[in-house]
Design a protein around this ligand. Structure first.
Ligand SMILES: CC(C)(COP(=O)(O)OP(=O)(O)OC[C@H]1O[C@@H](n2cnc3c(N)ncnc32)[C@H](O)[C@@H]1OP(=O)(O)O)[C@@H](O)C(=O)NCCC(=O)NCCS
Length: 187
């Protein structure tokens, strides 16, 4: 039974998004561990995720921020299996801006799951959180990630130079955004 306040959305193909809860820590750690090599290529926090305790701490901190409307991190589930994560890593209800982040387990890529999950978050962000702007930040070499905002008709805003520290190197970040005006024009 899912509480009314818990973010939950079903998607085609038996996938669903659900706010991460403490009881998901083991599933989260298992999927991160099984996909560590690919995920750590682009996500700096993966290296320091070494145990279920780390995943539980991440979820509990996320839930504290969620209660203050500062983020919303959801698991992407296929039945009982957690196959990835997506969420608003940062929400600012004063400026009405939020940034989406995502990752997916190896065997679930190439099916459009993240693109569809982003559509769900975009509807939620503009339709319920009344955001004005949604951003996606991608490392410039991360072409699979950049393809997602491009596919969703986000606009490329520019480059943040040497912005992200990845494996002791500083990499450029490309900012993509969709504004409320763009969203209205698309619907
Ligand atoms: C970034 C990442 C999530 C992209 O995963 P993905 O599976 O390519 O993205 P989607 O789930 O949206 O699927 C898109 C792919 O499915 C295909 N596809 C199939 N059916 C589709 C549909 N109905 N709609 C959209 N795409 C579809 C697309 O053609 C595309 O494949 P292609 O790249 O071979 O052209 C994944 O590579 C990842 O987890 N990387 C590591 C973590 C990471 O980089 N996170 C982002 C940090 S900014």
């Amino acid at each position: 039974m899912i509480e009314a306040s818990i973010f939950y959305r079903s998607m085609p193909g038996g996938y669903f998004l659900k706010l991460l809860e403490s009881k998901d820590a083991s599933a989260l750690f298992t999927t991160i561990e099984a996909n560590k090599t690919e995920l750590s290529q682009w996500l700096p926090w993966v290296e320091s995720t070494r145990s279920v305790t780390d995943s539980r701490a991440f979820i509990e901190e996320s839930l504290r921020k969620n209660k203050r409307n500062e983020n919303m991190i959801a698991g992407i589930w296929h039945g009982q299996k957690l196959v990835g994560c997506i969420g608003f890593n940062e929400i600012n209800l004063h400026t009405r801006k939020a940034a989406i982040g995502y990752w997916l387990a190896r065997n679930y890529r190439g099916k459009g799951i993240i693109t569809e999950s982003c559509r769900v978050l975009i509807e939620y962000g503009f339709g319920e959180l009344m955001l004005n702007k949604i951003e996606i930040l991608c490392a410039d070499q991360n072409l699979k990630s950049r393809a997602i905002p491009q596919r969703l008709q986000f606009k490329e805003e520019g480059t943040l130079r040497d912005y992200l520290r990845l494996h002791d190197q500083y990499v450029n970040i490309i900012i993509y955004s969709l504004s409320r005006r763009d969203w209205h024009a698309m619907s």
